[in-house]
Design a protein around this ligand. Structure first.
Ligand code: HEM
Length: 386
């Protein structure tokens, strides 16, 4: 769910739409400043190369090292698995450190296509698979390890439209494993979950997919299962706006982030019954090219989620679709420096009035602190637990 802003539509209605000019106009300003995505993907410029990841041409090896875990800023991968685990009852700070050291070794090996120790299918560790592994700690782990959370890290308060199910919610640890194809991703998940076994057991697992690559292997802004171009207004890696939106700045979390995972069911059947006009007005953007509508109305999703409606708050959205016989939807993932200051106000605005609420229902919710990155010789979480 990554991509630049599409070309903003000119104000066809003239100055009578002064209030709305603020909304459309800010998209122009954002694109120029590089804060709202610019026209990067539409023109072939790739604004999403952070961490060495690229989706153009052949597969790449994403370096596991750096100030940040590389999966956060990387483009949404075609295949992603999210796994939440719960700590076993006797796991304390020292034991957590052992788990994170073991995972560090796994991440180093898997990212470069090497087998992990004890791998019984080492030939599945593929090189240049665009593999990223992102590790986060849930609230229960912070308590067990006696670690203070970063500022603004709090549970997402109950929302009126939520229908949360325990089987898709919560978790003490999270692994977000992304890659260009499912075999490598499933293999990586298996190794990581196996090595966690003395410390934690799986709580939920959710698999998603995203069409962020065109047939020539070039990056593009993908579409969700409503058919909407999704990810357009995300901040662009490498810009100040991105850094301010995403990264934690205070020790010991410097270089980390926070992650919200929301499983959001989408009612594709009733959505499909709407006219195209109604679909576009519910979102506030056009379906063909994702451009903003001149006058989207007060309940349009993209308008209510816009920074102008939320005291400037922004988030980085990295979602993936899911589909089963039972349910289709979006594994909505959002990274931000502060849950309380960024995600929660936007989520509240949407819960209050979003037109899309008629067709979307959150059935799962979880929050995690994403660990800072690590350098060679160091380990994931060393600044927090070391
Ligand atoms: C199934 C649920 C959802 C769908 C189908 C959906 C879809 C979209 C689409 C198509 C756009 C416009 C293109 C773009 O800028 O990416 C958008 C924008 C946005 N959405 Fe969602 N979204 C969903 C849930 C959420 C949630 C839960 C949040 C946050 C609480 C959120 C926050 C945003 C934000 C911040 C924008 C950008 C607004 C702007 O700056 O213009 N969305 N969404």
């Amino acid at each position: 769910m990554a991509g630049p802003d599409s070309t903003p539509t000119p104000d066809r209605q003239g100055l009578g739409r002064r209030r709305f000019l603020g909304y459309a106009g800010s998209a122009v300003a954002g694109a120029v400043a590089g804060t709202a995505g610019g026209a990067a993907w539409g023109t072939g410029r790739d604004g999403h190369r952070d961490g060495g990841a690229t989706r153009t041409g052949p597969g790449a090896e994403v370096s596991p090292y750096g100030v940040h875990q590389p999966g956060v800023a990387a483009p949404t991968p075609p295949v992603v698995e999210l796994v939440a685990l719960d700590l076993l009852p006797d796991v304390d700070r020292d034991a957590l450190g052992r788990l994170l050291r073991a995972w560090t070794g796994d991440v180093e090996a898997l990212a470069t296509g090497r087998a992990t120790p004890g791998d019984t299918e080492p030939w599945l560790a593929a090189a240049r698979a665009d593999l990223t592994i992102t590790v986060g700690l849930g609230p229960g782990t912070l308590t067990a390890a006696r670690v203070d959370p970063p500022r603004g890290f709090e549970p997402v308060p109950p929302m009126r439209h939520d229908r949360l199910e325990p089987r898709w919610s919560g978790g003490d640890l999270v692994l977000v494993v992304g890659g260009r194809e499912g075999t490598t991703v499933a293999h990586a998940v298996r190794q990581l979950v196996r090595d966690a076994r003395p410390f934690a057991r799986e709580r939920w697992r959710q698999a998603g997919f995203w069409n962020g690559v065109d047939p020539e292997g070039r990056p593009m802004t993908g579409r969700n299962l409503f058919g909407q171009i999704d990810g357009t207004a995300n901040p662009v890696p490498g810009t100040e706006a991105f850094d301010e939106t995403v990264w934690l700045r205070d020790p010991p979390w410097t270089g980390g982030s926070t992650l919200v995972v929301r499983r959001i069911a989408m009612d594709l059947d009733t959505w499909a019954e709407l006219t195209r006009d109604r679909q576009e007005r519910s979102l506030g953007r056009r379906l063909d090219d994702g451009a903003r509508l001149d006058d989207p109305g007060p309940h349009a999703h993209a308008r209510l989620a816009h920074p102008m409606e939320n005291a400037g708050a922004r988030i980085l959205r990295r979602g993936a679709s899911y589909a089963s016989a039972e349910e289709c939807g979006l594994l909505f993932c959002s990274f931000q420096a502060s849950l309380a200051g960024q995600f929660v106000p936007i989520q509240r605005s949407l819960d209050r009035a979003d037109a899309l609420n008629t067709w979307t229902t959150a059935t799962g919710s979880a929050v995690f602190v994403v660990l800072p990155g690590f350098e060679r010789g160091d380990w994931l979480g060393s600044t927090v637990l070391g």
